[in-house]
Design a binder for this molecule. Structure first.
Ligand code: GLV
Length: 326
């Protein structure tokens, strides 16, 4: 029997690649060169499946150019690099990697919140630069975290993980805003209260963004929303670039209209708005919220399992558009 051909579009753990090689003809990219849209189309020609990351865009023209494609398995929970409607129309299954990264990503949301409120990177730069000569009563005095109010925008699995950490670990009051309200049992477990976005922004000491990116969530936080936040508040974005208007954020950080921000994702990443690099009161990390060795391995495994289970057995684990299976 001929083996199906698949593309692994970026470098992944060698042991996961080996599993795929046991059952498929694999075209890999262990050199990890980011493929241009044209290169991606060329490499997808004749492939039944692909393992992608958020860097590869799967859209209508790509699907038209690659009629043999049956499944694209994203190694990410977010899938805004997919045009899901076009994939469904073309009969191409899309899968992602939910669940395996929830707690790790919630941990990182908290790491970024703590680093931002307590000025961790700013103070480390000061120390490394040799500026630390003596203890001082207000040296890098930051914002309190425990016992304050956390506002979470986007209350999916990761948002709920952050809420549980905040409420149960840090004694915080948790407010949330989401497209749909959680059921009473989940609200009770997360100790979280539903409010509209403006109330959340006005009442929170810290705001955390965990909302998926779509045209509707573009610039969820812009100049108008930033103006509603408390003067001493912090803003953390572990969701996607484009959820925050980065240029508007630079402005309020410069003028200290909010205290600080922590950003793991950026508009147009891996480019970063150049002015963000010049303001001291922002913690910047390169899209690493799910990056522990165990979790990244689990994500790669989940994506590989989706390819194997679908192409060999017709039963993917975590389909995004299951209607193409019927
Ligand atoms: C990372 O950003 C993911 O969506 O998994």
């Amino acid at each position: 029997m001929t083996r199906a051909a698949v593309l692994v579009a970026r470098a992944i753990f060698p042991e996961v690649l080996d599993q795929l090689r046991q059952v498929f003809e694999v075209d890999h990219n262990q050199d990890d060169v980011v493929l241009s849209p044209g290169q991606l189309r060329e490499r997808l020609l004749g492939k039944a499946g692909a393992l992608t990351t958020g860097s590869e865009r799967i859209d209508g023209p790509t699907l038209q150019a690659c009629p043999g494609l049956k499944i694209v398995a994203n190694m990410a929970v977010g899938f805004n690099n997919f045009d899901i409607e076009a994939m469904t129309r073309a009969g191409v299954l899309a899968t992602n990697t939910p669940d395996v990264l929830t707690e790790t990503t919630a941990d990182f949301g908290f790491a970024l919140l703590m680093a931002t409120a307590r000025r961790v990177t700013e103070s480390e730069h000061y120390l490394r630069a040799g500026h630390w000569h003596q203890w001082r009563y207000d040296l890098f005095a930051g914002a309190e975290v425990h016992g304050t109010t956390l506002g979470i925008i986007g209350m999916g699995r990761i948002g709920q993980g952050i809420a549980r950490r905040a409420a149960h670990g840090f004694g915080m009051r948790v407010l949330y805003h989401n497209r749909s309200r959680l059921g009473p049992e989940l609200e009770r477990q997360c100790k979280a209260g539903y409010v509209d976005k403006a109330t959340l922004l006005r009442e929170s000491d810290h705001v955390m963004l965990v909302v998926p990116y779509s045209a509707a969530s573009h610039h969820t936080i812009g100049a108008r929303e930033l103006a509603l936040m408390k003067p001493g508040a912090t803003l953390v974005n572990i969701a996607r670039g484009g959820i925050v208007d980065d240029a508007a954020l630079v402005q309020v950080l410069r003028e200290r209209r909010i205290a600080a921000a922590g950003l793991d994702v950026f508009e147009g990443e891996p480019q970063v708005h150049p002015d963000l690099l010049t303001v001291p009161n922002v913690v910047l990390t390169p899209h690493i919220a799910s990056a522990t060795v165990a979790t990244r391995r689990a994500m790669a495994q989940r994506a590989a399992d989706n390819l194997i289970d679908f192409l060999l057995r017709g039963r993917p684990r975590t389909p995004l558009n299951p209607e193409v299976l019927t």
